[in-house]
Ligand binder design. Sequence first.
Ligand SMILES: [Zn+2]
Length: 305
Amino acid sequence: MSDPFPSSPLFKLSPELRLQIYTHLLTFPTPIHLRQHVPGTPHTALLRTNRQIHHEAQAVLYDSNTISLSRNDFCLFTDPVLQTPVETGQVRQLRFTSFGESLACHVLVERCAVCRDDARGLLETLGAMPVLRSVTIDYSTQIANFMRFRQLAAEGGTLVGLTITCVSVGVYRVRGAGFDQVDFTFSHRPLASIWPDVATLSYSLLSEEEQETVLARLRTQDPDTPDKLWLLLWAAQHGRLPDVLGEQVAGAWVDESSDALAGMSGEQRDDAMHGFTVMLQTFLKAHTAVQCRRVLGLLRDSVGM
Ligand SMILES: [Zn+2]
């Protein structure tokens, strides 16, 4: 007798083998946008083959990947048609590509609880996600929004119990208010991702030509940030920071390799790293990579290098 509902050949395999296949096909190296076709692969079509495969494969998709969302996807005043269809109960790793309010709330005087400055509605939603283990919010395109949020958390008020600590250049860790089990950070992505490499370069003993090779590689990740940070680190190393930043701003510089930082209390360290991060963010915004390369050339000439 023929089967009236011919099933996928996948079901002739053991569940373990099916799981391996799903994992192979549905694990992506970068955060995924659920609504979008993942570039370079037709594999998510697997999710649309039949109900059981959808169920099994979707669990793997959520377990193995970082899901990319924005505040818009949680906004209470945004039409659901314009939001990413996400199973919040299954998300383990989450990345926000921005910390901006939704388009709908952007034009309102009274924004929804998710899009307000204290983002309380967003924190409540994230706090209620049962298997959530990590959240990263890239605030680099809305620095003012994040700084207001950080200020509100420091004041207590509606965000009582939440602490936000600057743990490294461009990276802030969120603790308390139910998030102690979640690796929850805000980061200025270009700064946080490029800084460690350029700082390492400044401590290295590479020739100018070798340094240029490293910078060229970093420029493929981000066309502007490496040259801007390189100017600052080069100037710091050669005692020329005040020439670039002005005497007063240069005072906010933190030498991460110095013992001074290790000897500070948690609060002092947060203050110092936050001040340093704000200074770097301001510098990145105020100058172009071309300007920075030119200034570095002048400085090199002036010290005869
Ligand atoms: Zn909203």
